[in-house]
Design a protein around this ligand. Structure first.
Ligand code: SF4
Length: 216
């Protein structure tokens, strides 16, 4: 399956400026996150309950294309390795869903504890961890207490009084950029993909040479 409609592919000159704007937005997210995390004294050092083991879903074509920009630079061997790992992860998740088990599957981009596309990682990988709030269009405010590592580090040291971290403006800007992109990608419906699913599609979009394909 391909995610990018043919109508968008020739328009790289159109969507690259949008990816630049996405990069600026991600930098703003990173700065805001770091400022609040520093106030708590929270450091994400990786942990047993690693968030790269969490099954996050991603919903924007923007993040897909941004990840693809990083992977366009991978050599075929590396692309094939990532694709195989992504296929394996997807099969493990599908099997768990079929049998009703819960399973923690490491993200295929986490190699030896490090994200190999760190600069191009999606939004949720940047925002996960510290307590936050989200203002819904119906006026409700959703609050989240943060991850287990946050509890361990900050609650135990008494530094867990909530410091405002509102994700709403970031989500709004993402929606605006995504809407602008989708004006040129009318064939795209709703997106709900894990990283592993995105990776298989991206590698297939890149068309790695046939000799490297071992699953066809
Ligand atoms: S993209 Fe990177 S940061 Fe996000 S889950 Fe995968 S390895 Fe972790």
């Amino acid at each position: 399956m391909k995610l990018i409609p043919k109508s968008l592919l020739p328009n790289k000159d159109y969507y690259l400026p949008l990816l630049k704007q996405l990069e600026t937005l991600f930098q703003e997210m990173d700065r805001t996150y770091t400022k609040v995390a520093d106030q708590y004294g929270f450091r994400c050092n990786g942990c047993i309950d690693n968030c790269c083991l969490t099954r996050f879903y991603h919903h924007t074509l923007l993040e897909y294309l941004y990840l693809k920009e990083a992977m366009d630079k991978f050599v075929p061997d590396r692309l094939q390795m990532v694709r195989e790992q992504a296929m394996k992860s997807s099969r493990q998740m599908e099997e768990a869903d079929r049998t009703g088990r819960s399973v923690r599957v490491m993200c295929p981009l986490n190699q030896a504890g490090r994200c190999i596309t760190y600069r191009h990682r999606p939004m949720i990988c940047r925002l996960h961890g510290i307590p936050h709030e989200l203002h819904r269009p119906d006026g409700r405010i959703i609050k989240n207490p943060g991850c287990d590592a946050f509890f361990d580090q900050c609650r135990n040291s008494g530094k867990s009084d909530y410091i405002p971290f509102d994700r709403t403006p970031f989500y709004r800007q993402m929606v605006m950029l995504e809407n602008e992109l989708r004006q040129h990608a009318r064939a795209i419906g709703k997106i709900k993909l894990t990283i592993a699913q995105m990776l298989v599609m991206i590698v297939d979009e890149i068309h790695i040479p046939k000799p490297y394909r071992q699953d066809q």
